[in-house]
Design a protein around this ligand. Structure first.
Ligand code: PLP
Length: 455
């Protein structure tokens, strides 16, 4: 019965705690956020800074030639895995975001090639880091050399002695499995039994071993970790505590900075940037928030979005406010971890992500599944973009800030409210490209039915 012992400390947090327990959408804002972020941040005994983000971006760059060769879909971009920054003013009326409350954009990671989700960033980076280490160790490439040498049969034979394994609700497995097998590695993905069948099928078709486990995401990760720990030739991608994954995600900030500049979007005291990031275990949004805060400083505000039944990051942040090393799960709060947003169905947050975010994050909000489907349809109708339910989680962010007591309090105290008309709202759409049409049409039908009920 840990829920009473981790009760929040302020009246505002008591309100959040009540809503959380009732699975009602709510917003928690972070009283511990530091406006100018520390230059280096330490988590789990290691210190990281913007240099680490730049190193991750440089690694991705070294592999571009090889990636363009092994993935036909990357030939056109020369091996660059990136997504557009899209103006989304056409969606503002549906969200109730008025023109004098800022401008809406989306960062379209739902269209990321190869993996079809934000997992392309972190997952690809970690597999490449593992491959790079082995390639140098076995003399398959020289430092500064041409990594396309790794596409030769001899190099693939060497990498094929090694295995890459991961535990996943689906999308991370797709990213790791597809990239690992493309480089010649053996690949194993541990999934919870309720992971989507089409994801398992897609992996099997690529020669990836899919291991199914009873129970939730956490159980699948634990089983994968245990199996891999006994095998020196196996690299386990640990979604709950991997720096390599997190730094791979963080590299997105460097590209976004260029995109913002290209579209003439300033980020400064008069022009705050508010970023809404769907959150599962927390690695992807924390990596991106870390990169953005280190790169763009005090006027970037990052909010994480979670399903009402799986708010693992919010319960972690509430527990962290009291200090200590609590690691609560959503079950402790009487919640089910049942959600159609399968990329976000995680019961307990990554402590690495939580530790890093404590001084950087602006807040966390929750969203009901029905709202995800409504926003999924509105995104289709207003923008013609195809996203999955998890990727819709960020769209209730602007309304949470402008339409709730907690949000208005934050707008006031942060100073963002005074310049809201010049703010940029950036919703990160994290997945969708690979969702089969039948599944997607089901999502749309459900969203349209909900909209009809509302009308
Ligand atoms: C994994 C995932 C996220 C969140 O990433 P975490 O690292 O688990 O927090 C968000 N959206 C989609 C579609 C995902 O697959």
């Amino acid at each position: 019965m840990p829920d009473t012992t981790i009760l929040a400390s302020t009246p505002a947090e008591d309100l959040v705690a009540t809503s959380l327990r009732q699975a009602q959408p709510c917003l928690w804002t972070n009283p511990a956020r530091l406006a100018p972020p520390p230059v280096a941040l330490s988590a789990m005994g290691r210190s990281i800074s913007l240099d680490d983000t730049k190193a991750a971006a440089a690694r991705l760059k070294r592999f571009e030639g090889l990636l363009a060769e092994v993935f036909t879909e990357l030939a056109a971009t020369g091996g660059v895995v990136e997504s557009p920054l899209l103006p989304a003013a056409a969606l503002q009326p549906a969200l109730g975001l008025h023109a004098d409350q800022g401008r809406l954009f989306i960062k379209a990671d739902h269209s990321l090639p190869v993996a079809g989700s934000i997992k392309a960033r972190g997952g690809m980076h970690e597999v490449l880091e593992f491959a790079e280490g082995l390639a140098l160790q076995h003399g398959l490439v020289q430092p500064g050399g041409d990594y396309r040498a790794l596409a030769t049969p001899a190099a693939r034979e060497v990498l094929g002695r090694y295995q890459v394994a991961v535990g996943s609700t689906g999308n991370l497995g797709m990213s790791i499995g597809v990239v690992a097998s493309a480089l010649g590695f053996k690949a194993a993905v541990h999934m919870s039994a309720d992971a989507k069948e089409w994801k398992k099928e897609r992996l099997r078709q690529r020669g990836v071993q899919v291991v199914e486990h009873a129970g939730d995401y956490e159980r699948a990760v634990a089983a994968g970790r245990a199996q891999a720990s006994g095998d020196p030739l196996c690299h386990f991608v640990d979604d709950e505590q991997s720096f390599s994954l997190l730094l791979g995600y963080s590299a997105a900030a460097l590209h976004l900075q260029t995109q913002l500049a290209e579209q003439g979007i300033a980020v400064d005291a008069e022009h705050p940037l508010i970023v809404y990031l769907p959150c599962g275990v927390g690695g992807a949004p924390a990596g991106i928030a870390f990169g953005l805060r280190q790169l763009l400083g005090p006027h970037v505000h990052c909010f994480f979005a979670e399903p009402v039944q799986s708010p693992c990051f919010m319960v972690q942040m509430l527990a962290g406010q009291g200090g200590g090393d609590a690691h609560p799960s959503v079950y402790d709060w009487g919640l089910t971890n049942q959600t159609e947003a399968d990329g976000l169905a995680v019961p307990r947050a990554s402590l690495l992500a939580a530790e890093l975010m404590a001084p950087l994050l602006s807040g966390v909000f929750t969203v009901a599944d029905d709202t995800l489907f409504i926003h999924l349809v509105q995104v289709l109708d207003a923008l013609g973009e195809r996203i999955e339910p998890s990727a819709a989680a960020g769209f209730s962010g602007p309304g949470m800030l402008t339409g709730t007591e907690a949000g208005r309090t934050w707008l006031h105290s942060s100073g963002v409210g005074a310049v809201l008309a010049q703010a940029t709202h950036l919703v990160w759409t994290t997945g969708g490209l690979l969702v089969p049409d039948v599944q997607y049409q089901g999502f749309v039908q459900r969203g349209r039915a909900l909209l009809a009920e509302q009308a």
